[in-house]
Design a binder for this molecule. Structure first.
Ligand code: NZQ
Ligand code: ZN
Length: 390
């Protein structure tokens, strides 16, 4: 196990009716004026918008609002949000929605006190030193942004999708009521589950030895998602199953599962090129990338893939042929994706084969950088994996 520091400071407020506490929680943070940031309208249809407004008014919190965050959030709206905050003396951002709204909020938060352009942080040209505080009411378990140190934005100028990873952007609090996820359409539900599973698997596949505890935590979290997704597809308003998945989304990505080990993250890098150019849901893209990545790299550490197959997918161990066991685990993962309605090929995502080289190039900064750690991948490796996804 490697040395590590772990701090996950986001206060989690979990359970039925908790969204009504939002005004009180913001007050505890000492906020004077709030930007209420949300997406394309699901919160208005579900009635959550009215509850948030009521809670803010009840606690006497002054606020303005900015809706319209798109999935795969854009830097243009972030720039608009930054101006709005500066013009109105905003000192706190309330994100009500999923990863896209939260990431847009985090970006506005670091952009307000910065004199340059906010994209500098995503292009790796500058590191944010301060931020406005962000609070969250989560409506979709998926990205884990409610407690993560990440924000992912898309720049329409070149369709670059890039992440910022820095401790100061972890939200102050995350209100998580599983009932708010009952309205999720099946496809969004499974895209979210795929992202949760991916966050665990990115951490799981490592060469760091003696990580028994975190291996078992990863396996347990994965098995929880795998067990409960079919239940919520049958019964969208099953509170207990929705609750298991919602808590898994946070645990998968608040860095508890990466303590003492090196993660991989190549599949996320490759997926961000897919959703950057083609605007597909991140979780759908990951369901296509992950099995291909696994088949490309498993020989670098067959034992880990055997462990994954046996412990997570209950594959019978073939002592004569460990590689067969490893491959059976990958096949089970792919079969699970298919069984819940996720795509497993670029074709199913309606992605043609004419820009694979461009994506491989962007993913490796023109072949000047590698991506991933389990196996360090250059441009040709990424291209090979993309071709396996056709
Ligand atoms: O915009 P509205 O109308 O609210 O609809 C949303 C959106 O269309 C809908 N939705 C959300 N909650 C709902 C609902 N519909 C009905 N009922 C509800 N309760 O779902 C759609 C998707 O929302 P989005 O926020 O885009 O989903 P998700 O949470 O999967 O976030 C995806 C984004 O997060 C990034 C992804 O790359 C992508 O841009 N990620 C962020 C990470 C982070 N910050 O730590 C890590 C991840 O790896 C990921 O890259
Ligand atoms: Zn993800």
């Amino acid at each position: 196990m490697d040395n590590f520091e772990f701090l996950s400071p986001t206060k989690i407020i979990f359970g039925k009716g908790t969204e009504n506490q939002v005004g009180q929680e913001i007050k505890k943070c000492g906020a004077k004026k709030v930007l209420f940031h949300y997406g394309g309208g699901s919160i208005k249809r579900s009635g959550l918008y009215d509850k948030i407004v009521a809670s803010l008014k009840e606690t006497g919190i002054d606020f303005i609002e900015l809706g319209g965050v798109q999935p795969n959030p854009r830097v243009s709206l972030v720039r608009e949000g930054i101006k709005l905050c500066r013009d109105n003396g905003i000192d706190f951002i309330l994100a009500v929605g999923g990863g896209s709204v939260i990431d847009s909020s985090k970006a506005i938060g670091v952009g307000v006190p910065y004199s340059g352009d906010v994209w500098d942080f995503y292009a790796g040209k500058a590191e944010p030193k301060e931020t406005l505080s962000v609070g969250v009411v989560l409506t979709i378990p998926a990205a884990g942004s409610e407690a993560s140190k990440s924000s992912v934005l898309t720049n329409e100028d070149g369709w670059y999708k890039r992440g910022l990873n820095v401790e100061i952007i972890r939200p102050k609090f995350a209100i998580m009521n599983p009932e708010l996820t009952f309205t999720l359409p099946p496809y969004q539900t499974v895209c979210g589950a795929s992202d949760i599973m991916a966050h665990i698997m990115e951490r799981y596949f490592t060469h760091t030895p003696h990580v028994d505890l975190t291996d078992r935590l990863c396996e347990g979290t994965l098995k929880t998602v795998i067990r409960n997704v079919p239940i919520v597809l049958e019964q969208p308003d099953n509170y207990d199953a929705r609750a298991e998945i919602m808590w898994a989304s946070t645990i998968a990505h608040n860095d508890l599962l990466s303590t003492g080990r090196v993660g991989d993250w190549a599949s996320h890098g490759i997926e961000h090129e897919l959703s950057g150019i083609y605007d597909v849901p991140h979780g759908a893209g990951l369901a296509v990338v992950f099995p291909a990545w696994m088949k490309y790299v498993y020989k670098e550490g067959v034992d880990k893939f055997v462990q994954f197959a046996v412990r997570v997918w209950n594959v019978d161990m073939d002592f004569e042929d460990p590689e067969r066991t490893a491959l059976a685990g990958i096949d089970r993962l792919k079969a699970f994706y298919k069984s819940v309605g996720l795509p497993t090929s670029l074709k199913e995502l309606n992605i043609p084969d004419d820009r694979l080289e461009e994506m491989a190039d962007k993913c490796t900064a023109g072949d000047t950088q590698t991506t991933g750690n389990f196996k360090k991948l250059g441009k040709q490796d990424v291209l090979n994996i993309l071709k396996m996804m056709l």
